[in-house]
Design a protein around this ligand. Structure first.
Ligand SMILES: O=C(O)CCC(=O)C(=O)O
Length: 296
């Protein structure tokens, strides 16, 4: 990537305006083809359980031994399992872009995801990331979804309900990896509650190495993969750099993964688990340089 310095915004005013209008904005040329290839090569060993660092992911949906060839594969927390992936997931420049969209002075990495949707893979129910990422203050989440294959309609590309970032946050959807429900139904009910009779759903066309940034409240997901291609992607979620845990010690809606890392009686978000990848004063969690560097 050849991106900007710390002071100049990495996105144009038009891109930032588009994000605020629709709840998402596409950036077509984020990663170079050679880097995309290096990332794709990591999928097979990881889903076979070969973790370079020896660390297990936070979530692991599907592996090749399950005998379900059409299931969607998903892992989260892979930045601690694999340093090739981490060098992109911990990118200062992608974090800077997320911060620019929300006007934050810095970006803290909250969670990642890697996705493989083979031919026949079922839908990912439309949802809001804030349903799962809401254990911090000040509030706010920005996600970057990176296509590692050509994401097209019919092949499980990411899709959005345009403008849905303005709707209220809903409770977590009952079936994230869709099995037999209509994958748009939870979103449609939320639209009704927001007074939107006919939500517009947009299926994006993103080349490999391109990405889309979205607001934490934007409803998004993907359809079934009806084509003879494998869809791969990475997901990077950010919160404001200065974030702290909300002061709860019991049940927390939205504490899905981050809640595991809250120490009793202590609202600090430990940088070892939630690194600051970019801050406008030049700070970046120091251990990242040795652990994985950053692609830029
Ligand atoms: O790639 C997909 O199908 C959905 C990814 C997503 O929405 C997520 O990880 O939150």
């Amino acid at each position: 990537m050849t991106m900007p310095t710390q002071t100049r915004s990495p996105l144009t005013d038009e891109q930032i305006a588009q994000y605020h209008q629709d709840g998402f904005v596409v950036v077509k040329d984020l990663l170079a083809p050679a880097l995309v290839e290096r990332l794709v090569e990591r999928f097979e060993p990881l889903f076979a359980g070969e973790f370079e660092t020896g660390v297990y992911p936070e979530e692991w949906h599907w592996n090749p031994y399950l005998g379900k060839p059409g299931a969607a594969g998903q892992m989260t927390g892979v930045w601690r399992c694999d340093r090739t992936l981490a060098s992109v997931l911990m990118s200062a420049q992608i974090g800077q872009m997320a911060a620019a969209l929300e006007g934050w002075s810095g970006a803290r990495f909250l969670a990642d995801g890697m996705w493989i949707k083979p031919p026949g893979a079922k839908e990912t129910t439309l949802h809001q990331d804030s349903m799962y990422i809401n254990y911090h203050t000040p509030p706010g989440t920005v996600t970057c979804w990176i296509a590692l294959s050509h994401a097209v309609a019919g092949a499980s590309t990411i899709e959005y309900a345009r403008g849905s970032h303005r709707w209220a946050m809903s409770a977590a959807v009952p079936e994230f990896h869709n099995q037999d429900k209509i994958y748009l139904a939870d979103m449609e009910r939320a639209a009704q509650r927001a007074g939107v009779a006919q939500p517009e759903v947009v299926q994006l066309d993103i080349p490999p190495g391109g990405c889309v940034f979205h607001h934490g409240n934007a409803w998004h997901g993907s359809g079934a993969n009806q084509m003879d291609v494998v869809r791969r992607s990475l997901v990077l979620s950010y919160i404001p750099a200065e974030s702290r845990f909300k002061p709860f010690d019991t049940y927390v809606p939205g504490g899905y993964i981050a809640g595991k890392y809250k120490r009793h009686g202590d609202d600090t978000m430990d940088e070892s688990f939630f690194p600051i990848v970019w801050r406008e004063d030049g700070y970046r969690s120091p251990f990242l340089a040795e652990y994985c560097g950053s692609v830029e």
